[in-house]
Design a protein around this ligand. Sequence first.
Ligand code: ZN
Length: 170
Amino acid sequence: MSAPLPRWIDPYELVADRARLVGRVPAASMGRLAGLVEALPEAVSVDLAFGLDAERHCTVTGRVEATVVLLCQRCLRPFEAVLASEVSLALVRDEAAAPALPERYDPLVAAGRIALGDLVEDELILALPVVARHEVCEPPVPLAGEAVSPRRANPFAVLARLRREDGESS
Ligand SMILES: [Zn+2]
C-alpha cells in the first residue's frame, strides 16, 4: 500500500516542481460523494501529474479511481462499481479565466492552496453513472415460505397430444 498523500496542496508549486502525486486519499471527508452512493471505500487511488503544456497552461492530468457501492435503480439491490476518472484539468486563478481554456481541459479554480480531497471528490462525482444499475440484474430469490407458483402445463405439449388423438380417430 502506498503512502497517504498530503491533505493540502499548492497546485502552482507542484506545477513548478513537475510533481507527480501517486497514492491514496482518504474518502472519509467526502461528504458530497457519500450522499450520492450507498458506501464509500476507505481511500481513493490517485495518480496525478502536474506540469506545463506547450501553451503554458498549468495542468493536472492523470487518474483517480475508487470502488463504491451503488444501488441498482432497476432491482434496488446494492452492487460494487468502479468509479474511474481520467483527469484533465488546467489551473485558473478565477472562474472568469475558465472559458478561455482549450476544450480538452476542465478548469480547476485555485488561487493558492486547495484540499486534494476536494479535487479528487469532484472527479469521482463526475464519474458517477447517470443511472446506476446492473448490466444484468439477478433474478429475485423467493423468500423462505413464499409459495412457489405451481408448474403450468406446457400448452404445446397439450396441443401435441390433441393432434395425436386426432390422428388416431381418423
Ligand atoms: Zn439490478
